[in-house]
Design a protein around this ligand. Sequence first.
Ligand SMILES: [Zn+2]
Length: 278
Amino acid sequence: MVKPFRLAYIITGVILLVVFSTAVLYKLQPALYSLNPVHSYLAFRVYNKWSSFIYDIPEEKRSIVNYDELMNSLNFAEREFAERIFSIDPKTLGFKGPFFGRDKADNLVMIPSRFVGEGKGKTETGIQYCPKHSYRDYERMMNAMHAAIGKRLYIDSGYRSPGRQAYLFFYYLVHSNDYNLTENAKWIAMPGYSEHGSPKNNAIDFVSGGGINGFSDGQTAEDFEELEEFAWLMKNAKSFNFYLTYPPDNPYGVAYEPWHWHWEGDVLESLKGETTIH
Ligand SMILES: [Zn+2]
């Protein structure tokens, strides 16, 4: 039988070992393929806190949530960890897209939420935003599409603030990509690197009136690609300053995204006829 004082030594030893290894694991650089248990736990905590933070603010603020406010909602270790993740150069994760900056866009148009799809597949887009110049071109493009094929595409995701992008990065890291930073970077950009956060050349993810966006609920890119609306975009979107960013085998290291189109044009030209240009 182990003597009581010896047992106390063993217990203290085990506790010290756990504390010491936790500290060592915390201090290590985040692994690019599989986060260690301490980093995984922190990633989950960050996701969890940001999730509650976002659902506590009014719905119309969720896509444009402030980056600093999100960071301030974390404790010291969580914040330091999140900052370490976002200071990783995305190129080391295989993402080769440009840095757009983390400035907030002004001149945003608020787009009310709408329902798409039917029956069990019925979903809501949530309130979205778009810079005014790209929104005007989007509306013109949809009027032309409707005149040609009797259909429209809706905005599933428009402008997203760096804060929203930060939240989504952790959301997908925890929910979809098993704490693998490299895999995650194929699907979701870091804050500052997403076209959705570019105040000038912002991207729009489209969803059809039937609820097809190419990635929700077991859908695949091919489901979106087969839409008549997609064929129309491929032919006509450039006349409205919209371009497909991630075709198959694109040079950015991003998966094929037929639903993701970015705006590229002359801002003043697109705003012509507006009474006030901010
Ligand atoms: Zn997108």
